[in-house]
Design a protein. Structure first.
Length: 130
């Protein structure tokens, strides 16, 4: 059995891999520089937890979509992908506030737009007749 099959066979193993991967990627640029900033690290860790949930749910949904190939799962996969991007934007905005803009649009507003897009995709997935 391949290592990919071993990881994706059990959801608990996949969840552990996602946790260690996300924390491993975010520890140097985001977690360590803010470790001793009081309660600000709690706010950052809240968004890291959201990123872990988003990556895990996207991975599980993508595996389910590959097996069934329904449009509902495709829209759900896209919605969870929006969730990943929204959490990434949120982490950047929390870590370096008022630093990055998309044109005249601050990152905090971009996060809200992505969340509305995510809710729209979930709505399409729920009301879709397959």
């Amino acid at each position: 059995m391949s290592i990919y099959a071993q990881i994706t066979e059990k959801k608990s193993t996949l969840f552990s891999v996602v946790i260690f991967s996300v924390i491993g990627i975010l520890i140097a640029p985001i977690i360590l520089p803010n470790l001793f900033h009081g309660t600000h690290i709690l706010h950052i860790m809240l968004h890291v937890g959201g990123m872990i949930a988003a990556v895990f749910l996207t991975a599980v949904t993508s595996m389910a979509y590959i097996k069934t190939r329904t449009k509902r799962l495709l829209f759900t996969f896209i919605a969870f992908s929006f969730f990943i991007v929204a959490e990434a934007v949120s982490l950047i905005d929390v870590t370096w506030p008022y630093t990055f803009y998309v044109g005249q649009l601050p990152f905090s507003e971009l996060e809200h737009i992505l969340i509305i897009g995510m809710l729209g995709m979930f709505t399409l997935a729920i009301f879709r007749n397959d």
